[in-house]
Design a protein around this ligand. Structure first.
Ligand code: 6AU
Length: 263
């Protein structure tokens, strides 16, 4: 099964160039940690990127929570991504028709298309949402999407039929060369080894928050739930030292991966 395969071998099977790049980055840098930089000022995000950059493969933003967004912030974030060798994902969770999504991706204040290597997308509107994003991606090779097939939140409305349809879109659709991976909660979600499984809801102290988020340990998400990349937000952001916490989460997620594939 895909969960027993090494990232290097899976890079060869990936259809999206960006998925190949990310698999290789993880293997070389030896990290499968994505930090969710869910803070509201550009300074805080840049500090997270500088301090945690050496430990992560991916930095995930919610750009619409930033109070003082400006274009020089984007330049600074991009240079830190180059300096520390990580990719940037904007967790926009697009969910509209192709044309509107294309406008939201390329325009407005944030111009996400210009700086985010990856974006998250709901499959709800169907295939056209991928076509919309792809149509305005300047360089398709350096861009891609993660499709959500499951959510970590309590009581979410996603059912098996929706999941199956989403996986079909990711593996048999028109734009498989633009789909880097799947955001989900279980290894059973998909079988194709060329897609990357990104799993949020990771915390060393399991449990939940008071708004429906549910957490599992790094070991559990990688070994039992098939996560290739673990997303950690508050588990790191609320620690007294974010640098030490990022390093600890990196170590635990990476050893779990090594155990899983027999490294
Ligand atoms: O570790 P946390 O709970 O502080 O942060 C989790 C991060 C947040 C969520 O927007 C995101 O992961 N997320 C997603 C993603 C990545 O798309 C999907 C999901 O089902 N649950 C979830 O928490 O930035």
């Amino acid at each position: 099964s895909r969960t027993k395969m090494r990232f290097e071998a899976r890079a060869d099977l990936a259809k999206a160039k960006i998925a190949k790049d990310l698999f290789k980055l993880m293997a070389t840098k030896k990290t499968n940690l994505c930090i969710a930089a869910d803070v509201t000022s550009t300074d805080e995000i840049l500090k997270i990127a500088e301090v945690c950059g050496p430990h992560i493969c991916l930095l995930k933003t919610h750009v619409d929570i930033i109070e003082n967004f400006n274009i020089s912030f984007v330049q600074a974030l991009k240079s830190l991504a180059e300096k520390h060798n990580f990719l940037i994902m904007e967790d926009r969770k697009f969910a509209d028709i192709g044309n509107t999504t294309a406008l939201q991706y390329a325009n407005g204040i944030y111009k996400i298309a210009e700086w985010a290597n990856l974006v998250t997308v709901h499959s709800l509107p169907g295939q056209s949402i991928i076509q919309g994003i792809k149509s305005v991606a300047a360089n398709v090779e350096s861009r891609g999407v993660f499709l959500l097939t499951e959510m970590s939140s309590q009581g979410n409305l996603i059912n098996d039929k929706y999941k199956e349809g989403t996986i079909k879109m990711a593996t048999e659709g028109l734009d498989t060369d633009f789909i880097a991976g799947i955001v989900c909660q279980s290894a059973e979600c998909f079988a194709f080894p060329g897609l990357i499984q990104l799993t949020p809801g990771v915390k060393i102290d399991e449990g939940s928050d008071n708004l429906g988020q549910r957490y599992n340990t790094p070991e559990f998400v990688v070994k039992e739930k098939g996560a290739d990349i673990g997303v950690v937000g508050r588990g790191i952001l609320n620690a007294s030292s974010i640098e030490k916490a990022a390093s600890l989460y990196r170590d635990r997620l990476w050893s779990a991966y090594c155990d899983r594939v027999g490294l």
